[in-house]
Design a protein around this ligand. Sequence first.
Ligand code: PAF
Length: 279
Amino acid sequence: MELISTKLSLSQLLEPLHRKGQCIAFVPTMGALHQGHLALVAQAKQLADIVVCSIFVNPTQFNDPKDLEKYPRPFERDIELLQLAHCDILFHPTVDEMYGEYEQWNLNLGHLEQVLEGLHRPGHFQGVTQVLKKLFDAVKPNIACFGQKDFQQYKVVEHMVNQFKLPLALELCPTVREPDGLAMSSRNVRLTDAGRRQASQLYKTLQQTKADLHRKSLDNLCTDAINVLENSPGIRVEYFAIFHADNFTVASETSRERPLIALAAIWVDGVRLIDNLFL
Ligand code: PAF
């Protein structure tokens, strides 16, 4: 695996591959890799000739400076995992390499910025699109792979790709889960043993919502899920909602036949966890 830290050396390495018509798949990450990331790399390998992965803890997408500070950075271990996964190129730029001074960015993300993650993490998706536009410009991938756990992020990236008419295909890859159903996340390592056990209630509740879909109204499905979660020890609910997966708006009873997705954010042990399930 080639380790590259500047945009110039990345383009020197990729240019001949682009010219030869090689298909390049890109897996952007912030490191602290787990099986979920490695599944993205495996999917990317199936789809393309060359897999580029990036590790960059992007400061502009953190609205809490403490969260940025606490973000795990096990770089050596990440390199080993990517080598084992047969990733071809790792791009790991510094903040200075990616950002100029006082850089401003504002993309019209429409309602995507006003609901769920957008509402609860102001500015987060501006930071995500800002860094991804820079990374897409540097890598010029044919395909970019994202995990379903961050489904709203996927919709935001889809919006940006359409807005800029970027010539790349997005691949949504299934969420990888622990045996008890907890979605894999770099934040899980911050859970205490008790918190780790409590956290599995989130996926169980999403599954129950799916099982009850034809027995209850959409409002009741959400209210019941919130009650179950709030009554589980150690859990505080930030949101639980059912959305139309296509246009990412609140699901309406009259359009139940369209693809629905239940999405939730909870706090356990001071750690914020998100998950979702197609219904
Ligand atoms: O999902 C993530 O890890 C990040 O939001 C991403 C896509 C790498 C952008 O920094």
